[in-house]
Ligand binder design. Structure first.
Ligand code: UD1
Ligand code: MG
Length: 490
């Protein structure tokens, strides 16, 4: 069906393809995301839309889906409760904001956005608290709305339990036309059996919307202006209101309580684990893993129970990630072993390296090929070359360690003088004896040896041995002599 040419519903390029894509007719379509509500049922100080699932705020999920359909500058987020905090959390996406100082309902939220979006021919309205919405569904709604030449199109589904949602009253069971949306608390006894619910995702033509938006009344149990009432208002005004039914009721899941939020999080985590397993990754007890949507893992890597892979983590093939490890924003090469209980953040680990157990790679660590970072070793902004071994009880901060160097147990780089941070440079093939401290800035050149227990404050030249510790004093027979002295006292 085509409706090109004159008329209010110019088709925005692209034909009938199912993929979402930015609308080519600039100025034609805006997205309004309602995110001003307090989320009273959350009983939380944090605005509801900033609660996180899958590692990012609810609102960020909705914005990401909307960005697949229109440019960020055509997305208007309605903020109200703790507006500044909400703005700051998603400002980097480039969306625009509309203020709803007092939250008087979803209809009032759209009234507040009126000025900002009046220049667009159509708007899509999304809820900031329904994060599972897919861009494909938004794009399909948009196409349906145009094909139907409707003033208002609402997205509907039939979840197994419709309780709590607004129900959809169609003109006739199979007809696309909608007469009204009835909120749960307003349902008449004979309407309780209605199974089709309003997902809270709408397409609206702005001309009829704004011509009639003032007719909303707060004549309901909450005393709010309901956007859902626009279905009846527009229908009564002779405008076309239709329903676009989706098969995937899971997508409509909103988070109205913390328990629902956690259920959505579990849903996303399960989806992320399923995606990786389908790509050849073995995840034992996937229900215990926490994997963010953006994480990538190559085939034949094995992930043990209770592992968290967060942010933009990338893991190569044939790795083994053992239990109780948390990896965030890291890149691991192929064949890396991360033993139990490690914490890795914003670092890179090259192929064949072994980490842990109980190692802590802090941001800026670069662990070379086949290097070993063992028990209770902490690194920060430390570059370890190929084959470096730091196996026990060590701190390497602001350090460079050359290929093949061995760092003895208990070695510490003293990188902080109380004011500034300084670098420790350790060359290739160096042997640092156990329990040494390296007071930065300091350099240990290639092939040098450092005696155990040394406190190194000056450059150690290549191939030299440095011993910097008190000399041992041995007094033969001292213990017996002391005992004799004590016993002779009266
Ligand atoms: C809404 C619909 C309901 C639908 C359900 C789907 C109404 C009246 N009801 O109910 O038919 O089945 O979504 O999830 O719309 N918001 C504002 N300003 C306000 C009030 C709300 O921006 O003044 C925002 C909220 O932050 C939220 C969204 O609008 O992101 C939806 O509001 P909410 O109170 O959650 O509506 P529901 O009760 O879920
Ligand atoms: Mg809701």
């Amino acid at each position: 069906m085509s409706n090109q040419g004159a008329g209010p519903l110019r088709r925005a390029g692209g034909g009938d393809e199912q993929k979402p894509g930015h609308d080519s007719q600039a100025g034609n379509l805006a997205v309004v995301i309602m995110a001003a509500g307090k989320g009273t049922r959350f009983k939380s100080q944090r605005p509801k839309v900033l609660h996180e699932i899958g590692g990012r705020p609810l609102l960020a999920h909705v914005i990401a889906a909307a960005c697949q359909v229109v440019a960020p500058s055509d997305i208007y987020v309605v903020v109200g409760h703790q507006a500044e905090r909400v703005r700051a959390a998603v400002a980097e996406t480039g969306v625009r904001f509309v203020e709803q100082a007092e939250q008087r309902g979803t209809g009032h939220a759209i009234q507040c956005a009126r000025q900002a979006v009046a220049g667009y021919e159509n708007i899509l309205v999304l809820s900031g608290d329904a994060p599972l919405i897919r861009s494909e569904t938004i794009a399909r709604l948009w196409r349906f709305h145009r094909d139907q030449q409707a003033a208002m199109t609402l997205t509907t589904a039939e979840p197994s339990d419709p309780h709590g949602y607004g129900r959809v009253l169609r003109r006739a069971p199979q007809a696309p036309e909608v007469v009204a949306i009835v909120e749960q608390k307003m349902l008449a006894p004979e309407q309780l059996g209605l199974r089709e619910v309003n997902m809270g995702l709408y397409a609206l033509r702005t001309a009829p919307l704004f011509a009639h938006l003032g007719q909303l009344t707060a004549d309901n149990p909450h005393g709010e202006l309901y956007l859902t009432d626009m279905a009846a208002v527009l229908n009564d005004a002779g405008e076309r209101v239709v329903a676009f039914k989706t098969e995937d009721a899971a997508e409509l899941l909103g988070a109205n309580t913390i328990a629902e939020l956690v259920a959505l999080d579990a849903f996303l985590r399960a989806a992320a684990a399923d995606r990786l397993m389908a790509a050849g990754v073995t995840i034992y007890r996937p229900e215990t893993s926490v994997i963010d949507a953006g994480v990538e893992v190559a085939a034949d890597t094995v992930i043990e129970p209770f592992v968290q892979l967060r942010g933009r983590t990338r893991i190569g093939a044939n790795c083994l990630i053992r239990s109780y490890t948390v990896i965030e924003d890291c890149t691991l090469g192929d064949g890396v072993l991360v033993r139990q209980g490690c914490v890795l953040a914003a670092s890179t680990v090259a192929g064949g390296a072994r980490i842990g157990p109980f190692a802590h790679l802090r941001p800026g660590s670069e662990i070379g090929e086949d290097a070993h970072v063992g028990n209770f070793v902490e690194t920060k902004k430390a570059r370890l070359g190929k084959g470096v071994k730091a196996n026990h009880l060590t701190y390497l901060g602001d350090a460079e360690v050359g290929e093949g160097t061995n760092i003895g147990a208990g070695t510490i780089t003293c990188n902080y003088d109380g004011v500034d941070k300084h670098t420790t440079r350790i060359g290739k093939g160096v042997f640092v004896g156990s329990d040494s401290t390296l007071v930065a800035p300091v350099t240990v050149e290639d092939g040098a040896y450092i005696g155990a227990g040394s406190c190194i404050t000056k450059t150690v030249p290549a191939g030299a041995l440095a011993v910097a510790r008190g000399r041992q004093v041995t007094k033969e027979g001292w213990v017996a002599a002391r005992r004799a002295r004590r016993e002779s006292k009266p």
